[in-house]
Design a protein. Structure first.
Length: 170
């Protein structure tokens, strides 16, 4: 094979700038250690770490820490204290109150941060509802909450969804 001499001259210089002219990929900075690494075009655009060790360091948060970070990202100001309620609407308990989404945040992104889509429940009632062990009647919702939730666009009839998940008391 014949070379035009250009490639040999670039290799002889062995500087990053010279090699980057020959390489087809790109040079990136590791988001953990700050070191430089080269990414071939075939290795994808999502690579952020120079090594498996740096990737492991970045993902080393405990499950509790990841949950805390996710909750902080989820909604700021979403709490029983912000809702100004002091007892469970289902059983009147004052122990370990949670703010429950009437329509789950995964089903209705627009209502995930609005307090009108929330109702205070004790931990027992909240976890019991999610495990389908406890029925929460629709009568615990205020008129303002029902009006707000009725405006939800969840891809199906809201009244049917609420009736199915929160039965009326007979």
């Amino acid at each position: 094979m014949e070379y035009d001499g250009r490639l040999e001259a670039l290799i002889a210089q062995s500087s990053r700038a010279a090699l980057s002219k020959v390489r087809k990929g790109e040079e990136r900075t590791c988001s953990v250690c700050g070191g430089l690494f080269y990414v071939k075009p075939s290795h994808g655009v999502k690579r952020k770490f120079c090594s498996i060790a740096c990737k492991a360091k970045a993902q080393s948060d405990s499950p509790r820490e990841r949950k805390r970070k996710r909750a902080a990202r989820h909604v700021r100001g979403w709490s029983v204290k912000a809702k100004a309620e002091d007892c469970c609407r289902n059983c009147d308990s004052r122990d370990r109150l949670h703010l429950h989404h009437i329509i789950p945040r995964g089903r209705w992104k627009a209502g995930r941060a609005d307090l009108r889509n929330g109702v205070a429940l004790c931990e027992k009632c909240h976890m019991g509802w999610h495990r389908r062990e406890i029925e929460i009647p629709a009568s615990i919702f205020t008129a303002e909450e029902v009006a707000f939730v009725s405006s939800a666009d969840i891809g199906q009839d809201v009244a049917y969804w609420i009736e199915r998940n929160y039965p009326t008391v007979s």
